[in-house]
Design a protein around this ligand. Sequence first.
Ligand code: MN
Length: 260
Amino acid sequence: MNTGKPLIGILTNLLAVETGIFSGAERIYVNRDYVDSVLRAGATPLLLPIIADQEAIFQQMSACDALIFSGGQDVHPHHYNEEPSHFLEAVCYERDLYEMAALRFAIQQKMAIFGICRGLQLMNVAFGGTLYQDIAKQIPEGSLAHSQKARKDEITHAVDLADESWLQRIFKKKTLMTNSFHHQAIKDLAPEFRAIAWAKDGIIEAIEKNDDSCVVAVQWHPEMMTEKHSDMHLLFCAFVDEVKQRNKKATKKVEVYAHE
Ligand code: MN
């Protein structure tokens, strides 16, 4: 059955069970907000577990129309040629490797990709960029509080949008209000990306790839806001719409080939 709804793969995380009879077991999970936001935007979510087998990763990617790289641990600094500082938080090397392989396959297949929080950082590092291991430590003067204490759907700071960017086309305004749950940020931007949003302290809050692919990422957590903030719901709708347009083009091409 073809529902016409894009199938959006959501990359997941690992959680070690610490107590009870299953102590030591690892669970595969993602916050439900990702699933709900994709559903709310009219697409079908599919959770993708962290695996190592390259052929299986390729098969995962081939099954999906688009990907969402979710939030989570710090990217291991070895991926950008740094040693861990005292301020580095939890890392998951296995997840880093899985996501970098998934990203490579997805880019090869010209899939639409949406990175969120860690997703943005992972994408930047995978393409040769670097990160601040800790904003408060490395930019003590002048940086804002990017690790908010307020609940997940509260607004923390403003984000200025670049002209002629994917975000500006969606929102048709210059400033957006976002939540903020990150202690790391982009330091050197990977050459294949451009910054399309900044907090008032200059921290990069969104990026897009420098070509006609739909490879975009934001540093905040829009999925935690879609229920109460219509602009963040609009962001997911815009991504899903983009995926639909690209699917249509791809189908047309297949039809053309079939007629030749
Ligand atoms: Mn922020």
